[in-house]
Design a protein around this ligand. Sequence first.
Ligand SMILES: Cc1cc2nc3c(=O)[nH]c(=O)nc-3n(C[C@H](O)[C@H](O)[C@H](O)COP(=O)(O)OP(=O)(O)OC[C@H]3O[C@@H](n4cnc5c(N)ncnc54)[C@H](O)[C@@H]3O)c2cc1C
Length: 284
Amino acid sequence: MKLATDETGEAMVFSARLLSSKRITPESSREDVRLMSFQTDNLYFDSKVGSCIRILAPGQYGNRYHPRFYSIAESEQTDDGARFEICVRRCFYLDEVNGEEYGGVASNYLCDMQPGSAINFSGPIGYPFVVPENVNANLLMIGMGTGIAPFRGLIRMIYEKHGNWKGKVRLFYGARTGLEMLYMNDANNDLANYYDQPTFKAFQAVSPRPAFEAHASLDKTLEQNAAEVWEIVNSPDSRIYVAGMTQMLNMIDKAMTYIAGSSQAWMTKRKELISAGRWHDVLY
Ligand SMILES: Cc1cc2nc3c(=O)[nH]c(=O)nc-3n(C[C@H](O)[C@H](O)[C@H](O)COP(=O)(O)OP(=O)(O)OC[C@H]3O[C@@H](n4cnc5c(N)ncnc54)[C@H](O)[C@@H]3O)c2cc1C
Protein backbone atom coordinates (compact mmCIF):
# COMPACT_ATOMS: atom_id res chain seq x y z
CA MET A 1 0.00 0.00 0.00
CA LYS A 2 1.36 3.42 -0.93
CA LEU A 3 0.42 6.68 0.78
CA ALA A 4 1.01 10.20 -0.51
CA THR A 5 3.97 11.44 1.55
CA ASP A 6 5.54 14.81 2.22
CA GLU A 7 9.26 15.63 1.70
CA THR A 8 10.16 13.95 5.04
CA GLY A 9 8.48 10.70 3.97
CA GLU A 10 5.59 11.16 6.44
CA ALA A 11 2.06 10.28 5.23
CA MET A 12 0.39 13.51 4.17
CA VAL A 13 -2.74 14.45 6.09
CA PHE A 14 -5.41 16.13 4.01
CA SER A 15 -8.64 17.74 5.05
CA ALA A 16 -11.95 17.72 3.19
CA ARG A 17 -15.25 19.46 3.74
CA LEU A 18 -18.50 17.51 3.78
CA LEU A 19 -20.71 18.71 0.94
CA SER A 20 -23.61 16.33 1.52
CA SER A 21 -24.59 13.19 3.42
CA LYS A 22 -27.55 11.24 2.12
CA ARG A 23 -29.07 8.12 3.64
CA ILE A 24 -29.36 5.58 0.82
CA THR A 25 -31.10 2.79 2.72
CA PRO A 26 -34.86 3.29 2.99
CA GLU A 27 -36.09 4.71 6.32
CA SER A 28 -37.76 1.35 7.03
CA SER A 29 -34.41 -0.50 6.87
CA ARG A 30 -32.57 -1.10 10.14
CA GLU A 31 -29.30 -0.33 8.31
CA ASP A 32 -28.15 3.29 8.09
CA VAL A 33 -25.89 3.53 5.04
CA ARG A 34 -24.90 6.98 3.83
CA LEU A 35 -23.42 8.30 0.65
CA MET A 36 -21.11 11.15 1.69
CA SER A 37 -19.65 13.66 -0.72
CA PHE A 38 -16.48 15.62 0.18
CA GLN A 39 -14.37 18.38 -1.36
CA THR A 40 -10.67 18.84 -0.66
CA ASP A 41 -8.85 21.96 -1.79
CA ASN A 42 -5.50 20.14 -1.68
CA LEU A 43 -4.16 19.72 -5.20
CA TYR A 44 -1.86 16.84 -4.15
CA PHE A 45 -4.73 14.49 -3.33
CA ASP A 46 -5.46 12.26 -6.32
CA SER A 47 -7.90 9.43 -5.61
CA LYS A 48 -9.39 6.81 -7.90
CA VAL A 49 -12.43 4.57 -7.60
CA GLY A 50 -11.51 1.33 -5.80
CA SER A 51 -8.66 2.76 -3.72
CA CYS A 52 -9.22 3.78 -0.09
CA ILE A 53 -8.64 6.66 2.27
CA ARG A 54 -7.75 6.41 5.95
CA ILE A 55 -10.04 8.71 7.89
CA LEU A 56 -8.72 10.05 11.20
CA ALA A 57 -11.81 10.12 13.40
CA PRO A 58 -11.32 11.69 16.84
CA GLY A 59 -9.72 9.13 19.16
CA GLN A 60 -10.91 7.81 22.49
CA TYR A 61 -9.21 6.97 25.80
CA GLY A 62 -6.28 9.34 25.22
CA ASN A 63 -5.70 8.32 21.60
CA ARG A 64 -5.46 11.24 19.24
CA TYR A 65 -7.11 9.46 16.33
CA HIS A 66 -9.30 6.48 15.57
CA PRO A 67 -8.20 5.74 11.98
CA ARG A 68 -10.45 3.65 9.71
CA PHE A 69 -10.41 2.87 5.98
CA TYR A 70 -13.19 3.74 3.52
CA SER A 71 -13.17 2.95 -0.18
CA ILE A 72 -13.59 5.66 -2.77
CA ALA A 73 -16.95 5.34 -4.52
CA GLU A 74 -16.63 8.30 -6.90
CA SER A 75 -13.82 10.69 -7.57
CA GLU A 76 -13.28 13.72 -9.73
CA GLN A 77 -10.25 16.01 -9.95
CA THR A 78 -11.26 19.66 -10.18
CA ASP A 79 -9.18 22.80 -10.89
CA ASP A 80 -9.27 23.63 -7.19
CA GLY A 81 -8.71 20.14 -5.70
CA ALA A 82 -10.85 17.02 -5.76
CA ARG A 83 -14.35 15.90 -5.02
CA PHE A 84 -14.93 12.35 -3.82
CA GLU A 85 -17.64 10.12 -2.36
CA ILE A 86 -17.58 7.34 0.20
CA CYS A 87 -20.36 5.03 1.31
CA VAL A 88 -20.49 4.47 5.09
CA ARG A 89 -22.47 1.89 7.04
CA ARG A 90 -23.22 2.94 10.63
CA CYS A 91 -21.77 0.12 12.76
CA PHE A 92 -22.81 -1.12 16.18
CA TYR A 93 -21.34 -3.82 18.34
CA LEU A 94 -22.49 -5.71 21.39
CA ASP A 95 -20.23 -5.72 24.45
CA GLU A 96 -20.26 -9.37 25.47
CA VAL A 97 -19.43 -8.52 29.09
CA ASN A 98 -22.22 -6.06 29.89
CA GLY A 99 -24.56 -6.88 26.98
CA GLU A 100 -24.78 -3.21 25.95
CA GLU A 101 -24.72 -1.99 22.39
CA TYR A 102 -22.07 0.59 21.41
CA GLY A 103 -21.71 2.57 18.25
CA GLY A 104 -18.56 2.04 16.14
CA VAL A 105 -16.40 5.15 16.60
CA ALA A 106 -15.49 6.22 13.06
CA SER A 107 -18.68 5.16 11.30
CA ASN A 108 -20.89 7.00 13.83
CA TYR A 109 -18.63 10.07 13.73
CA LEU A 110 -19.01 10.12 9.92
CA CYS A 111 -22.74 9.35 9.82
CA ASP A 112 -23.44 12.14 12.37
CA MET A 113 -21.40 14.79 10.50
CA GLN A 114 -23.16 17.87 9.20
CA PRO A 115 -22.43 19.47 5.81
CA GLY A 116 -19.75 22.15 6.15
CA SER A 117 -17.74 20.24 8.77
CA ALA A 118 -14.41 18.64 7.86
CA ILE A 119 -12.52 15.34 8.11
CA ASN A 120 -8.78 14.70 8.26
CA PHE A 121 -7.49 11.76 6.26
CA SER A 122 -4.50 10.25 4.51
CA GLY A 123 -4.25 8.27 1.30
CA PRO A 124 -5.09 7.16 -1.26
CA ILE A 125 -4.17 3.61 -0.29
CA GLY A 126 -4.44 0.37 -2.27
CA TYR A 127 -4.90 -0.13 -5.97
CA PRO A 128 -7.69 1.56 -7.88
CA PHE A 129 -10.05 -0.37 -10.15
CA VAL A 130 -8.53 -0.04 -13.60
CA VAL A 131 -10.70 -0.16 -16.71
CA PRO A 132 -8.88 -1.93 -19.57
CA GLU A 133 -8.17 0.00 -22.77
CA ASN A 134 -9.86 -2.71 -24.83
CA VAL A 135 -13.59 -1.81 -25.08
CA ASN A 136 -14.35 -5.42 -26.04
CA ALA A 137 -13.13 -6.73 -22.67
CA ASN A 138 -15.76 -8.48 -20.51
CA LEU A 139 -16.02 -7.18 -16.94
CA LEU A 140 -17.35 -9.14 -13.95
CA MET A 141 -18.16 -7.18 -10.77
CA ILE A 142 -19.10 -8.86 -7.48
CA GLY A 143 -20.09 -6.76 -4.45
CA MET A 144 -21.68 -7.20 -1.03
CA GLY A 145 -23.22 -4.50 1.20
CA THR A 146 -21.25 -1.24 1.00
CA GLY A 147 -19.01 -3.12 -1.47
CA ILE A 148 -21.33 -1.97 -4.22
CA ALA A 149 -20.15 1.63 -3.72
CA PRO A 150 -17.07 1.56 -6.00
CA PHE A 151 -19.04 -0.27 -8.73
CA ARG A 152 -21.44 2.60 -9.17
CA GLY A 153 -18.46 4.86 -9.98
CA LEU A 154 -16.81 2.17 -12.10
CA ILE A 155 -19.95 1.59 -14.20
CA ARG A 156 -20.37 5.33 -14.70
CA MET A 157 -16.73 5.56 -15.79
CA ILE A 158 -17.19 2.71 -18.30
CA TYR A 159 -20.32 4.10 -19.98
CA GLU A 160 -19.87 7.84 -19.56
CA LYS A 161 -16.11 8.37 -19.83
CA HIS A 162 -15.02 5.46 -22.05
CA GLY A 163 -18.33 5.26 -23.94
CA ASN A 164 -19.47 2.68 -26.47
CA TRP A 165 -18.39 -0.27 -24.28
CA LYS A 166 -18.73 -3.45 -26.34
CA GLY A 167 -17.70 -6.13 -23.83
CA LYS A 168 -20.19 -7.59 -21.35
CA VAL A 169 -20.49 -5.78 -18.01
CA ARG A 170 -22.07 -8.00 -15.34
CA LEU A 171 -22.71 -6.84 -11.76
CA PHE A 172 -23.58 -9.39 -9.05
CA TYR A 173 -24.66 -7.65 -5.88
CA GLY A 174 -25.75 -9.10 -2.53
CA ALA A 175 -27.50 -7.66 0.52
CA ARG A 176 -29.16 -9.20 3.57
CA THR A 177 -32.62 -7.97 2.59
CA GLY A 178 -34.23 -6.15 -0.31
CA LEU A 179 -34.42 -3.08 1.95
CA GLU A 180 -30.63 -3.00 2.09
CA MET A 181 -30.14 -2.87 -1.66
CA LEU A 182 -28.22 0.38 -1.84
CA TYR A 183 -28.66 1.38 -5.46
CA MET A 184 -31.18 -1.06 -6.80
CA ASN A 185 -34.27 -0.17 -4.82
CA ASP A 186 -37.38 1.80 -5.77
CA ALA A 187 -36.25 5.04 -4.15
CA ASN A 188 -32.68 5.12 -5.30
CA ASN A 189 -32.17 3.14 -8.45
CA ASP A 190 -29.50 5.16 -10.20
CA LEU A 191 -27.99 2.05 -11.77
CA ALA A 192 -31.21 1.95 -13.82
CA ASN A 193 -29.57 4.63 -15.98
CA TYR A 194 -27.45 1.85 -17.45
CA TYR A 195 -30.11 -0.87 -17.82
CA ASP A 196 -30.75 0.14 -21.42
CA GLN A 197 -27.09 -0.29 -22.30
CA PRO A 198 -27.11 -3.48 -24.37
CA THR A 199 -23.92 -4.74 -22.69
CA PHE A 200 -24.98 -4.15 -19.03
CA LYS A 201 -26.82 -6.58 -16.75
CA ALA A 202 -27.17 -6.58 -12.95
CA PHE A 203 -28.11 -9.54 -10.76
CA GLN A 204 -29.37 -9.12 -7.20
CA ALA A 205 -29.06 -11.66 -4.41
CA VAL A 206 -30.76 -11.30 -1.03
CA SER A 207 -30.37 -13.56 1.95
CA PRO A 208 -32.78 -16.51 2.08
CA ARG A 209 -32.94 -16.08 5.89
CA PRO A 210 -32.56 -12.36 6.72
CA ALA A 211 -33.63 -12.78 10.35
CA PHE A 212 -30.68 -15.09 10.97
CA GLU A 213 -27.99 -12.76 9.58
CA ALA A 214 -27.43 -15.33 6.84
CA HIS A 215 -25.28 -14.21 3.95
CA ALA A 216 -26.94 -13.22 0.73
CA SER A 217 -27.17 -16.08 -1.71
CA LEU A 218 -24.57 -14.50 -4.00
CA ASP A 219 -22.97 -17.90 -4.57
CA LYS A 220 -26.28 -19.33 -5.85
CA THR A 221 -26.81 -16.33 -8.14
CA LEU A 222 -23.32 -16.79 -9.60
CA GLU A 223 -23.93 -20.52 -10.01
CA GLN A 224 -27.25 -19.90 -11.79
CA ASN A 225 -25.30 -17.88 -14.36
CA ALA A 226 -22.41 -20.32 -14.52
CA ALA A 227 -21.99 -20.47 -18.31
CA GLU A 228 -21.81 -16.70 -18.74
CA VAL A 229 -19.61 -16.16 -15.67
CA TRP A 230 -17.11 -18.78 -16.87
CA GLU A 231 -17.13 -17.34 -20.39
CA ILE A 232 -16.28 -13.90 -18.94
CA VAL A 233 -13.55 -15.26 -16.66
CA ASN A 234 -11.88 -17.03 -19.60
CA SER A 235 -12.30 -14.34 -22.25
CA PRO A 236 -9.19 -12.38 -23.33
CA ASP A 237 -8.48 -9.20 -21.38
CA SER A 238 -11.46 -9.72 -19.01
CA ARG A 239 -11.35 -8.21 -15.52
CA ILE A 240 -12.86 -9.45 -12.25
CA TYR A 241 -13.58 -6.81 -9.59
CA VAL A 242 -14.58 -7.83 -6.04
CA ALA A 243 -15.57 -5.49 -3.17
CA GLY A 244 -17.03 -5.92 0.32
CA MET A 245 -16.49 -7.93 3.50
CA THR A 246 -13.57 -10.39 3.48
CA GLN A 247 -15.94 -13.32 4.19
CA MET A 248 -17.45 -12.94 0.72
CA LEU A 249 -14.26 -14.37 -0.76
CA ASN A 250 -15.22 -17.83 0.62
CA MET A 251 -18.61 -17.50 -1.01
CA ILE A 252 -17.02 -16.57 -4.34
CA ASP A 253 -14.50 -19.42 -4.10
CA LYS A 254 -17.34 -21.87 -3.40
CA ALA A 255 -19.38 -20.69 -6.40
CA MET A 256 -16.36 -20.57 -8.71
CA THR A 257 -15.25 -24.06 -7.65
CA TYR A 258 -18.68 -25.30 -8.74
CA ILE A 259 -18.50 -23.29 -11.98
CA ALA A 260 -14.92 -24.34 -12.79
CA GLY A 261 -15.66 -28.00 -12.01
CA SER A 262 -13.09 -28.40 -9.21
CA SER A 263 -11.28 -26.46 -6.52
CA GLN A 264 -7.97 -27.03 -8.29
CA ALA A 265 -9.30 -25.69 -11.60
CA TRP A 266 -10.58 -22.53 -9.87
CA MET A 267 -7.41 -21.95 -7.79
CA THR A 268 -5.27 -22.27 -10.92
CA LYS A 269 -7.52 -19.82 -12.78
CA ARG A 270 -7.56 -17.36 -9.86
CA LYS A 271 -3.74 -17.39 -9.65
CA GLU A 272 -3.56 -16.79 -13.39
CA LEU A 273 -5.98 -13.83 -13.15
CA ILE A 274 -4.04 -12.31 -10.24
CA SER A 275 -0.64 -12.65 -11.91
CA ALA A 276 -2.01 -11.15 -15.15
CA GLY A 277 -3.36 -8.13 -13.20
CA ARG A 278 -6.92 -9.06 -14.19
CA TRP A 279 -8.22 -9.60 -10.61
CA HIS A 280 -8.90 -6.48 -8.52
CA ASP A 281 -10.31 -6.61 -5.00
CA VAL A 282 -11.01 -4.34 -2.05
CA LEU A 283 -11.93 -6.49 0.94
CA TYR A 284 -12.58 -5.51 4.53
C1 LIG B 1 -9.69 -1.62 2.99
C2 LIG B 1 -10.97 -1.28 3.74
C3 LIG B 1 -11.99 -0.60 3.11
C4 LIG B 1 -13.18 -0.30 3.79
N1 LIG B 1 -14.19 0.36 3.14
C5 LIG B 1 -15.34 0.63 3.80
C6 LIG B 1 -16.41 1.32 3.13
O1 LIG B 1 -16.31 1.69 1.96
N2 LIG B 1 -17.54 1.58 3.85
C7 LIG B 1 -17.71 1.16 5.15
O2 LIG B 1 -18.77 1.44 5.74
N3 LIG B 1 -16.70 0.52 5.80
C8 LIG B 1 -15.54 0.26 5.17
N4 LIG B 1 -14.53 -0.39 5.84
C9 LIG B 1 -14.72 -0.69 7.27
C10 LIG B 1 -14.30 0.56 8.12
O3 LIG B 1 -12.91 0.80 7.95
C11 LIG B 1 -14.54 0.41 9.63
O4 LIG B 1 -13.93 -0.79 10.07
C12 LIG B 1 -16.01 0.39 10.01
O5 LIG B 1 -16.66 1.59 9.59
C13 LIG B 1 -16.16 0.28 11.54
O6 LIG B 1 -15.36 1.27 12.14
P1 LIG B 1 -15.84 2.02 13.47
O7 LIG B 1 -14.74 2.90 13.94
O8 LIG B 1 -17.20 2.62 13.27
O9 LIG B 1 -16.05 0.83 14.46
P2 LIG B 1 -15.06 0.41 15.65
O10 LIG B 1 -15.26 1.33 16.80
O11 LIG B 1 -13.69 0.23 15.18
O12 LIG B 1 -15.70 -1.01 15.92
C14 LIG B 1 -15.64 -1.96 14.85
C15 LIG B 1 -15.84 -3.36 15.35
O13 LIG B 1 -14.82 -3.64 16.29
C16 LIG B 1 -15.32 -4.43 17.30
N5 LIG B 1 -15.13 -3.75 18.57
C17 LIG B 1 -14.54 -2.55 18.73
N6 LIG B 1 -14.47 -2.24 20.02
C18 LIG B 1 -15.03 -3.26 20.71
C19 LIG B 1 -15.27 -3.52 22.07
N7 LIG B 1 -14.91 -2.66 23.06
N8 LIG B 1 -15.90 -4.66 22.42
C20 LIG B 1 -16.28 -5.53 21.46
N9 LIG B 1 -16.07 -5.34 20.16
C21 LIG B 1 -15.46 -4.22 19.78
C22 LIG B 1 -16.74 -4.69 16.97
O14 LIG B 1 -16.86 -5.94 16.33
C23 LIG B 1 -17.13 -3.61 16.05
O15 LIG B 1 -18.15 -3.97 15.15
C24 LIG B 1 -13.33 -0.70 5.16
C25 LIG B 1 -12.29 -1.37 5.79
C26 LIG B 1 -11.12 -1.66 5.10
C27 LIG B 1 -10.03 -2.40 5.82
